[in-house]
Design a protein around this ligand. Structure first.
Ligand code: TPP
Length: 322
């Protein structure tokens, strides 16, 4: 791995973290009126996987999607305007945080109905595959989504048709407040579930961005060489409440010590320490990167706040019924 790439990965981690932290700071002003799911603690998954995606590749995500949109090349001003409900938002201000969509970067959408984006991603991939076998689709979802029927139907279909799909499961151990061990057999991994559908699948630590990058690269090469879909299960952890900007330790659903363990494995901290210890970056370079990111975020928030709300005439636009 060359140093330019290392710095790119590190910058992306810092950027996604900083953006979500700023949303948290501003959320209490009540100007962003959409439910918002944060992925603080889970950033290495989006950063490590998306670093392999090309502009023409499709990406689809669910309710916890800021990092996926940004890492796929989405526009920060358009994302912030969307959270503020403004017409300059990537979904025209009608979608909010859970419905980001931006065809200009082939980010084909987010849907908070758990599991629903998995068949949408596979269907889009199938349509695309007929025209261009090399275009890949990355589908991001959580461990809870693997408990839906469509997860299995979609993996089966993708496998049978050898579709170029990368399924990325961010296994953060919880579906809202219910732990994985109460929902799925402990002796069977999500990667193994995918293998039973004939996919190549790997379970990997999701906190170390270089590990994510390496395994995602191998899997994506497999897909791009026409050998069919893959699934990457990444072990990670959500720091904040399921939906919203607060901590939820008072709810007592997390076992003693679990939260502290995962915070000690913060993907940003781990990579910063590694980069500094191995001499790939200096403290001054990190400060300069952070300042640049902060300035970019300031500009995006100004754009969002100063943009107009959609006109009433747009109320019924882009509504489809069958
Ligand atoms: C079909 C459906 N059932 C239930 C819900 C309520 N719900 C919203 S998010 C969520 C948990 C999803 O967990 P997971 O897929 O692991 O994603 P995470 O929130 O952990 O990122 C649930 C049950 C929903 N949105 N859709």
């Amino acid at each position: 791995m060359n140093n330019e790439l290392r710095k790119d990965l590190f910058r992306s981690l810092l950027r996604v973290r900083a953006i979500e932290n700023r949303i948290i700071d501003k959320y209490g002003e009540n100007e962003m009126r959409c439910p918002t799911h944060f992925s603080i603690g889970q950033e290495a998954a989006a950063v490590g996987v998306c670093a392999h995606l090309r502009p023409e590749d499709y990406t689809i995500s669910a309710h916890r999607s800021h990092a996926h949109y940004l890492c796929k090349g989405g526009s920060l001003p358009k994302m912030m305007a969307e959270l503020y409900g403004k017409e300059t938002g990537c979904a025209g201000g009608k979608g909010g945080s859970m419905h980001l969509v931006d065809f200009s970067v082939n980010f084909i959408g987010c849907v908070p109905i758990v599991g629903s984006t998995i068949p949408i991603g596979v269907g889009a991939s199938f349509g695309r595959y007929i025209q261009d076998e090399s275009a890949l689709t990355a589908v991001f979802f959580g461990d809870g989504a693997t408990e839906t029927g469509v997860f299995h139907e979609s993996l089966n279909f993708a496998s049978v048709h050898k579709l170029p799909v990368v399924f990325v499961c961010e296994n953060n151990l919880y579906s809202v407040n219910t732990p994985l061990e109460m929902r799925q057999p402990q002796e069977r991994t999500i990667a193994q579930l995918a293998e039973t559908h004939g996919l190549k699948a790997v379970a990997e630590d999701g906190q170390e961005v270089e590990k994510v990058y390496a395994v995602a690269g191998e899997l994506i090469d497999h897909v791009r060489s026409g050998q069919g879909p893959v699934l990457l299960e990444l072990a990670t952890y959500r720091w904040l409440e399921h939906c919203g900007p607060r901590q939820d330790l008072h709810l007592d659903y997390r076992p003693e010590g679990e939260f502290d363990h995962w915070v000690s494995r913060c993907p940003v901290k781990l990579y910063q320490e590694k980069m500094l210890n191995e001499g790939h970056i200096t403290k001054e370079e990190i400060d300069a990167m952070q300042a640049e990111i902060d300035a970019e975020i300031d500009t995006a928030f100004d754009f969002a706040k100063n943009s107009p709300f959609p006109d009433r005439s747009q109320l019924m636009a882009n509504i489809y019924a069958s």
